[in-house]
Design a protein around this ligand. Structure first.
Ligand code: NOJ
Length: 545
């Protein structure tokens, strides 16, 4: 059934990120593709509790690209990379998603193009090419060095010298990803047209790549050194990103971008943003001049000061409190536990071999919060990082020494040699046979079953799908909160991050456990306002009326 465009659908949606190279290969070339995704849509949502119950899918970039950064170097914003299919396959994917009530979000990369994009080829062809100013070109300093001290996020200087025209161009990421000059109105207009192209084809929205970088200080001054940086720390943190990250002009551009989304009912903009809770909140704009519908909060993955956010109740509580306190009242937070840039949750929290248990509790945390949650493919079966032998490493970005291949390995559908992913040689090696979907499918105790039950329950309990969050509390071991919508019983969420049993205080006296990380606990009742939680456990409790 094709759902009519409806504003605000994203408020109650559970979203799923697909890394297209790694989800499902349909032609045996070892690379996932759109046809493969179509074949797996029923796994995401077939309208029954046997499926995950996903409401929206975000595809990492699917556009033509030389793949220097696996699609985040776009050479044509209005087509499909042949590895993934064609415009015809994309049209079918859109239709097949909509038939199941699934919304489809693509990945818009506005900060930079590929160095093979025709715009950049023209721009670099001569100093007086009409497109010269579409990118950021500057003369060398008198000593020949780059125009300023900015570092690329992936390491090394953010400038590359072009011998032919004698100037440097700016690239916040790889040298194959030159930054567009958003101060040129023609650039902005051309990029906004690419959004309309996809909206016209029925795409429901975009995840927007590094939106906080599209406008820099117009004079490109040096960034100051970071006083907290020590030799041996990651190079990109050696300076404070003052002039090229979340620069004030970005927030005005975001509002202009939003107006294009508003030309098409029901379309949603989800920004990849970084910064403090207050900086994240700024991307939402104001009620009068809205910005993004949603801006990612990655603080459960990493926070300033923590490369890996610890799984500790006080830390989780602070992250939730800060998001609740800053995101404007007309919207809501947007959390993720995983994505294609970071070590997977199970691996991050496996220092004592109990990462998988923590992943169960994390599922109930993520889906129990007031937010639009994003699940990264494989998270629902507890996929971990895969060791990649040096000769198989693909990712050129070395901001983690091994790059980001370990968290991008193919989806493990079953335990056959091709894991149900491919009949050929996979582009990245598989992990161990387990976990996989087939082994978890019929097992009521599996993580997959927990995700399915929690997602469907969330839809059935209005307090969870759209209720306010209140009574955030707990102690050193537990974090608790409650959700409440009009005319529906309140639901409490309790998470025990300690490896000991813990007793959590809930904001109501009596209720029943609706779901818990440990099914033997599912019939537990709350009396006297307390819930006993197993080690590393979590539960949702529906208040007795
Ligand atoms: C953020 C994306 O998530 C990452 O994968 C990419 O390498 C950079 N932006 C550059 O586009």
């Amino acid at each position: 059934m094709v759902a009519a465009p409806q504003d605000g659908w994203w408020r109650e949606a559970v979203c799923y990120q697909i890394y297209p190279r790694s989800f499902q290969d349909s032609n045996g070339d070892g690379i996932g593709d759109l046809e493969g995704i179509i074949r797996r849509l029923d796994y995401l949502n077939d309208g029954t509790h046997r499926s995950l119950g996903i409401d929206a899918v975000w595809l990492s970039p699917t556009f033509p690209s030389p793949m220097a950064d696996f699609g985040y170097d776009v050479s044509d914003y209005c087509d499909v990379h042949p590895d993934f299919g064609s415009l015809e396959t994309m049209d079918r994917l859109i239709a097949e998603c909509h038939r199941r009530g699934i919304r489809l979000l693509l990945d818009w990369v506005p900060n930079h193009t590929s160095d093979r994009h025709p715009w950049f080829l023209e721009s670099r062809s001569s100093r007086n090419n009409p497109r010269r100013d579409w990118y950021i070109w500057r003369d060398p300093k008198p000593d020949g060095s780059p125009p300023n001290n900015w570092r690329s996020v992936f390491g090394g200087p953010a400038w590359t010298f072009d011998e032919a025209t004698g100037q440097y161009y700016l690239h916040s990421f790889l040298k194959e990803q030159p930054d567009l000059n958003w101060r040129n109105p023609d650039v902005e207009a051309a990029m906004l047209q690419t959004l309309r192209f996809w909206f016209e084809r029925g795409v429901d929205g975009f995840r927007i790549d590094v939106i906080g970088r599209i406008l820099k200080h117009p004079d490109l001054p040096d960034n100051p050194p970071n006083p907290a940086w020590r030799p041996g720390d990651r190079e990109r943190f050696s300076q404070l990103w003052i002039h090229n990250h979340n620069y004030p002009d970005v927030f005005d551009a975001v509002k202009r971008i939003r107006r294009v989304f508003d030309e098409y009912p029901g379309r949603v903009a989800v920004g990849e943003v970084f910064g403090s809770p207050a900086e994240i909140a700024r991307f939402y704009g104001t009620a009068e001049a809205p910005g993004l519908h949603l801006a990612f909060n990655f603080h459960f993955i990493h926070e300033e000061g923590h490369v890996v956010t610890p799984w500790e109740a006080p830390v989780l509580r602070r992250i939730i409190a800060n998001a609740e306190a800053t995101v404007p009242p007309f919207s809501q937070p947007c959390f993720a536990l995983n994505n294609h840039d970071r070590s997977r949750f199970v691996t991050r929290h496996n220092y004592d071999g109990r990462g998988y248990e923590r992943a169960r509790a994390a599922a109930l945390l993520l889906l129990g919060l007031r937010n639009t949650p994003f699940i990264y493919y494989g998270e629902e079966i507890g996929m971990a990082d895969v060791d990649i032998p040096p000769e198989r490493q693909q990712d050129p970005a070395r901001f983690r020494s091994i790059g980001r291949d370990p968290e991008r390995t193919p989806m493990q559908w079953d335990s056959t040699p091709g894991r149900g992913f491919t009949t050929g040689e996979p582009w990245l090696p598989f992990g161990p046979l387990s976990p996989n979907v087939a082994e978890q499918d019929g097992d009521p105790d599996s993580l997959l079953s927990l995700y399915r039950r929690a997602i469907w329950l969330r839809k059935e309990l209005p307090s969870l799908s759209r209720g306010a969050l209140f009574a955030l509390g707990g102690d050193d071991r537990t974090v608790t909160w409650a959700r409440s919508a009009a005319n529906a019983p309140a639901v409490a969420v309790a998470v025990n991050t300690s490896a000991e049993p813990a007793s959590a205080a809930l904001p109501f006296d009596a209720g029943r456990v609706a779901i818990s990380t440990d099914r033997s606990h599912d019939d537990a009742r709350v009396r006297g306002g307390r819930l006993e939680l197993p080690p590393l456990g979590a539960a949702w409790v529906v208040a007795s009326l």
